[in-house]
Write a protein that binds this ligand. Structure first.
Ligand SMILES: Nc1ncnc2c1ncn2[C@@H]1O[C@H](COP(=O)(O)OP(=O)(O)OP(=O)(O)O)[C@@H](O)[C@H]1O
Length: 208
């Protein structure tokens, strides 16, 4: 379970989010909301990337009291990912693989699934936006993290990559205790959207 308790987020003294209590069980969550409503801010707090008041717990582990333990379960993919252009995709995958203790078989499965074998050894500076996005999703999925936070995962993906992402998420979700949080302005694949619970960020709060 993911639990937000008395969470407040200010930017330069401006209160952007105030969530007194939110509890999410395992499953897929589709976060909606108008531009500027606070979706990215919410996801970055849950991913442990930005400071805030209050606390967030995942499987009982407090982000405030045990930030390392919390982040060991958590992965994050940026809406518009930026990686060092001089590294190759495989350099980053190898780095993440060693940190997350992922197997070679899992790496190969993800490379195949997202069809990146042709360019994964090239430097990231040569990648298109969609190629970079696919790399960011592979990195987010590597090592079976149980809290996966994806900001706008669908943008710049071609239809095949979009289907691969949906297949992966649906497969992982079966018999799993994991939580996938995704923000999107776009319609999701119908199978995926049927499996998603919708959350709306509005007026600084999250409506379930
Ligand atoms: N680093 C920052 N400094 C100051 N204000 C910020 C910062 N990041 C976001 N904001 C403000 O916080 C509010 C929420 O922004 P956020 O990016 O979370 O919205 P969003 O729902 O993800 O928007 P979009 O759909 O356009 O991506 C906006 O009013 C924005 O101007």
């Amino acid at each position: 379970m993911l639990q937000l308790m008395n969470v407040k987020k200010f930017y330069n003294k401006r209160l952007v989010l105030e969530i007194s209590s939110l509890k999410l069980g395992s499953g897929l969550f589709w976060i909606k909301g108008a531009n500027g409503s606070g979706k990215t801010t919410l996801l970055k707090m849950i991913a442990g990337l930005i400071p805030f008041e209050g606390d967030i717990l995942f499987k009982g582990i407090s982000l405030r009291n045990n930030p390392l333990g919390y982040r060991q379960n958590t992965s994050w993919a940026e809406a518009e990912p930026l990686f060092p252009p001089f590294m190759s995709g495989m350099d980053l995958i190898s780095l993440y693989r060693s940190i997350r203790k992922a197997s070679a078989a899992e790496v190969n499965m993800l490379l195949e699934l997202f069809n990146v074998n042709d360019y994964v050894n090239n430097s990231i500076g040569t990648y298109s936006a969609g190629m970079t996005k696919k790399l960011s999703l592979i990195l987010a999925f590597l090592g079976n993290p149980s809290l996966v936070v994806l900001d706008e995962p669908t943008i710049t993906l071609d239809p095949d990559a979009f289907t691969s992402m949906c297949m992966f998420i649906l497969e992982k979700q079966k018999n799993s205790e994991s939580i996938f949080l995704m923000s999107s302005h776009q319609a999701l694949d119908s199978t995926l959207s049927l499996s998603c619970k919708e959350l709306t960020v509005n007026n600084g709060n999250v409506l379930t």
